[in-house]
Design a protein around this ligand. Sequence first.
Ligand code: CTP
Ligand code: MG
Length: 273
Amino acid sequence: MSSPHESAAAGLDSGAASVTPAVAVVVVAAGSGQRLGYGIPKARVPLGGEPILMHTLRGIVAAGVARQICIALPKGDGELRRLCEEFSTELVDGGPLLTMVDGGATRADSVRAALRAVESGTDAVLVHDAARALTPETVFHRVVNALAAGAAAVIPVIPVVDTVKTVAVTNGDDARIAPEIVTGTAPREDLRAVQTPQGFELATLLRAHEAAESFDDEQSAAITDDAMLVELLGVPVHAVRGASQSLKITTPLDLILAEGLLEGPLGIRWVEG
Ligand code: CTP
Ligand code: MG
């Protein structure tokens, strides 16, 4: 980062830079949670008796890296807006500014809506899925430290434990045996599962999202994270260690895992690996 500011995050993790950029965290919480199947927006689904989004927000505040948190909410969701406003009043003086915006039809639309509300003077943005409610503070610190050290883009990753294969839809005789046929095996040592928060120099992320606005429907549907857009610009994306407890709550099984992490004997927010 070229214009670092003093920040509360300085010195929070081993090897931390002495100064860090002025950071806004964009929280995308506008999804409908189809795969979770609760019939209400996923951010409002209870986890340990509280809406998922509240865990996410508390984790961000605890990490101490943000001077602003911009939350993209499902359009017209008065309940989530009220919860965010309540949360905002509980923040101590000097805590982050909370800004709520209406999200869009796709995740990228929601990111763009939140980016429009980022305060001037911001150097870097972390884009974070509300659904990764239990992300440990150390992951936020690793991402911000990489930005402070000069990265324009940084993502948290974990190794892939399954063998991953590519497949194609079968036709002809093969279609009578199975719907898909294997076309190859990806080299697992080169593969990483990607998480959030993903950190970017603000100008780089804005440029990446501007380019994506002209995508057709098929191209838009293929965009599953922000780093993809930055990769298309040819900007190097750096990878730091993520954490398995940063799991994205997507299916009912994920919610059971998250409940278990909250209640488990190890306690939350320090389990690594
Ligand atoms: N998201 C968003 N706006 C959208 C779609 C998704 O802000 N239009 C957010 C979700 O709220 C979530 C994150 O992007 O925090 C990752 O998306 P995903 O896990 O797919 O959540 P949903 O889209 O809500 O779930 P589903 O795809 O099962 O409907
Ligand atoms: Mg989705």
